[in-house]
Design a protein around this ligand. Structure first.
Ligand code: HEC
Ligand code: HEC
Ligand code: HEC
Ligand code: HEC
Ligand code: HEC
Ligand code: HEC
Ligand code: HEC
Ligand code: HEC
Length: 452
């Protein structure tokens, strides 16, 4: 070969090598990265191939405590009892994972969750009993009487399936029953692949569902001193601390999880979010829960890790006052509606007359929000989104009831009171439409029983 030929060959091959390097360096990072030897050992071929196919899944998994603890893809993805096997690249996996895929390793958490209103009651609220086995109904009814054995909320019929599937069910699927006989999938607060307590402790995680005008917990939290200070001090906190070891040094401020679930400084950590509650605050008229005393004790034990007893007593006293006074207002509105129904001035169907929406907004937005604001430190929600909504809606409701009576020619001699005290309906006569039996008024939230 001539010198010229040799020169061209050297230049060409150098150029090829350089461009190969340039090209290689320009390829997306996940295509050139190889999984670490440990990860390959733990996850085998799944991670290797899925790094190309669905890189985010593998990356999320790599960040998890599961990856560090040597849990493999197949530990979760293999079919358990009752799950349909699916042949996949030489492996047998299941395409639909449920809480049963976590149960083998986290039985305690699954059992606690099953006892909470996040399980069957959440789904029954929007879908009734139809999707549950009789055993599931019996199990949950024994704990939450009337919360599963009930028809779907009547709004579902008014709005139709398109709205229900993309609306109600997206939040209420936290308790959806699965074909394998289990309930839920555990991913609402932990996500699929990071499976982290840090994520579960963030207010926004709960706020995926706990927000909006009918249950403004996230907004209330962000307005509260707790929320404001949490946001300011978050960089100094250790949100990944193990639940059994969580101290006020890790988290000097509470998030939703701290008050409702965490095992702060030796308190029992629980997946039963019902355990620390004393009232059915979500109901139009809030009764005490069957575990009223224990619920208060459990929650106060958490407050007392950071506050003094007199402060907490005072706080609870004020909040119970709000429960009593909103109950009174909501009952007044209930009686106006019941009076119209009794006089056959309204159809028996719910949600087909404007005044029924007014009544619903009064307690469902105003009433509930005032109570939630009082218990979680949101003054604006007690006042402007709460009581103000109740009293202004009440004025509209009274006017509208009067007009209905006038129109029906029953208002001779000027507007009369909708219903005299003595005619007030008993709790059982309240329209079945507005609320599930579990939450019907009846047991009064009377002062006699309130600790001074
Ligand atoms: C040789 C490459 C390869 C291997 C090995 C592999 N996968 Fe996949 N996997 C894919 C591809 C490609 C898809 C997307 C298939 C599609 O779009 O239909 C997929 C899809 C999936 C899905 C979604 C299935 C669905 O239809 O809903 C899951 C779950 C899954 N893989 C898990 C795993 C697990 C767990 C392993 C290891 C036991 C594994 N994969 C091994 C390539 C692979
Ligand atoms: C802690 C249990 C767990 C582990 C470990 C796990 N997965 Fe998953 N994975 C899930 C769950 C839960 C889903 C959601 C399944 C469903 O929709 O029913 C899922 C879904 C997927 C999907 C479908 C994602 C989509 O959005 O289409 C793929 C692909 C997948 N996993 C791959 C993997 C691979 C690869 C690994 C190992 C690197 C792995 N998983 C490890 C629990 C796990
Ligand atoms: C996927 C949606 C979703 C997420 C995420 C979620 N919840 Fe819920 N939660 C619900 C639904 C729906 C209900 C109402 C259940 C019912 O019908 O009584 C509920 C009810 C509750 C209740 C009342 C239980 C009772 O007995 O009345 C508490 C307390 C609660 N959740 C706390 C939390 C906390 C704390 C978090 C975050 C760590 C959280 N939730 C995350 C959907 C969710
Ligand atoms: C953004 C998420 C979300 C959507 C959408 C949603 N809910 Fe809820 N729902 C919740 C949460 C969270 C609670 C718990 C409120 C509380 O305890 O303060 C709840 C409580 C309830 C309750 C009272 C608790 C019970 O078990 O009786 C009923 C009834 C209910 N929802 C029905 C519905 C219906 C019907 C729809 C659709 C028309 C719907 N929800 C849409 C999140 C949602
Ligand atoms: C094969 C057993 C196994 C399976 C299956 C499994 N896990 Fe885990 N999980 C573990 C181990 C081991 C740890 C780590 C405990 C430790 O570090 O001491 C863990 C830790 C966790 C943590 C705590 C993470 C943290 O940040 O501290 C969560 C949350 C979790 N798992 C959720 C799940 C969920 C949800 C599923 C089902 C989708 C699941 N796990 C399936 C074994 C498993
Ligand atoms: C400082 C502690 C604290 C924090 C933080 C907190 N809560 Fe609460 N929460 C309470 C108390 C106290 C009650 C009323 C308990 C009772 O019934 O005695 C309550 C009530 C509730 C209820 C009402 C249940 C019903 O009966 O309708 C829900 C749902 C709820 N909280 C969710 C949340 C969510 C979601 C967050 C975060 C965005 C949050 N909480 C933050 C203390 C807290
Ligand atoms: C409502 C949100 C929520 C749901 C739903 C949920 N978790 Fe959790 N989980 C949490 C929170 C919050 C923590 C951390 C508690 C704390 O702060 O001490 C946690 C912690 C854990 C841990 C860590 C325990 C440890 O000792 O390290 C495991 C494991 C776990 N959850 C498994 C599950 C399983 C399995 C399911 C399904 C049955 C599930 N979780 C459903 C919120 C949730
Ligand atoms: C992890 C610690 C922690 C927990 C648990 C906790 N708090 Fe707080 N709380 C704080 C801190 C810190 C502040 C801010 C005090 C300041 O202004 O310096 C605060 C502020 C408050 C305030 C407003 C300031 C004031 O003193 O008027 C109220 C009210 C309050 N907490 C009530 C409660 C109640 C009720 C509970 C239980 C349901 C509770 N807290 C649980 C740490 C906590």
């Amino acid at each position: 070969m001539s010198f010229r030929g040799l020169f061209i060959a050297v230049v060409l091959s150098t150029a090829m090598i350089v461009s190969a390097f340039v090209l290689q360096s320009k390829r997306p990072r996940m295509e050139v990265d190889r999984p670490t030897a440990d990860l390959v050992k733990a996850t085998g071929k799944c991670a290797d191939c899925h790094r190309h196919e669905t890189s985010a899944v593998v990356h999320e998994f790599e960040m998890s405590r599961h990856a560090k603890a040597g849990v493999a893809c197949l530990d979760c993805h293999q079919p358990t009892k009752g799950q349909e096997p699916y042949d996949h690249k030489g492996f047998t996996i299941t395409r639909k994972l449920t809480s049963n895929n976590c149960r083998a390793c986290h039985e305690k958490q699954v059992d606690e969750y099953m006892r909470s209103r996040h399980a069957a009651p959440a789904w029954a609220a929007v879908a009734g009993t139809a999707d549950f086995t009789p055993e599931q109904v019996a199990f949950s009814e024994a704990i939450h009487k009337g919360a599963v054995e009930r028809p779907p909320h009547p709004l579902t019929a008014v709005e139709g399936m398109a709205a229900i599937n993309k609306g109600c069910r997206q939040c209420h699927d936290v308790g959806k029953p699965n074909p394998d006989g289990s309930i839920g999938s555990c991913t609402a607060c932990h996500a699929r692949h990071v499976a982290s307590v840090e994520l579960a402790r963030l207010p926004e995680t709960c706020g995926q569902c706990h927000m909006g005008p009918d249950h403004s917990q996230l907004e209330i939290y962000h307005e509260s001193k707790h929320g404001v200070l949490f946001n300011a001090q978050r960089p100094f906190m250790n949100l990944a601390a193990r639940p059994e070891k969580l101290t006020t040094e890790d988290m000097p401020l509470p998030t939703c999880a701290t008050c409702h679930m965490s095992g702060l400084e030796g308190e029992k950590f629980t997946h039963d979010v019902t355990q620390r509650l004393s009232y059915f605050l979500f109901a139009p008229v809030s009764e005490r829960r069957p575990n009223y005393e224990a619920g208060r004790r459990n929650m106060k034990a958490i407050c007392l890790k950071c506050h003094t007893n007199p402060k907490i007593q005072e706080f609870y006293g004020g909040a119970e006052g709000v429960v009593r006074s909103t109950n009174k207002l909501v009952k007044e509105a209930d009686e106006i509606i019941a009076g119209l129904r009794k006089d056959k001035l309204l159809t028996p169907e719910p949600f087909d007359e404007p005044i029924e929406y007014l009544h619903f907004d009064l307690w469902h937005y105003g009433g509930r929000t005032a109570k939630h604001g009082a218990y979680m430190g949101g003054a604006d929600f007690v006042q402007w989104h709460g009581y103000y909504e109740i009293v202004s809606k009440m004025a509209e409701l009274k006017k509208s009831a009067e007009e209905i009576r006038e129109k029906a020619g029953k208002a001779e001699g000027g507007p009369k009171p909708a219903l005299a005290e003595t005619e007030a309906p008993k709790s059982g006569e309240l329209p079945a439409d507005v609320f599930p039996p579990s939450a019907k008024p009846g047991g009064e939230a009377d002062a006699s029983n309130t600790p001074k």
